[in-house]
Design a protein around this ligand. Structure first.
Ligand code: SF4
Length: 60
């Protein structure tokens, strides 16, 4: 599973980083980023984060 964030859709609400801080972080530009080397398999919270994203910017 390779998560990604569509920066055209992300509104920088921060929910994904709150729900799944092992995988998502907020950048200096206030958009969400996938932490390099992070694994959804290990973290197990990607699905929750993706489903909670208000703009469906997260693809798994
Ligand atoms: S939950 Fe969605 S809109 Fe909010 S910061 Fe994460 S990717 Fe962006």
């Amino acid at each position: 599973m390779n998560p990604s964030v569509d920066h055209d859709l992300c509104i920088g609400c921060g929910l994904c980083a709150e729900i799944c801080p092992e995988v998502f972080e907020m950048g200096d530009d206030d958009l969400a980023y996938v932490i390099e080397g992070a694994s959804c398999e290990d973290a197990g919270c990607c699905q929750d984060a993706a489903e909670s994203c208000p703009t469906e910017a997260i693809s798994l």
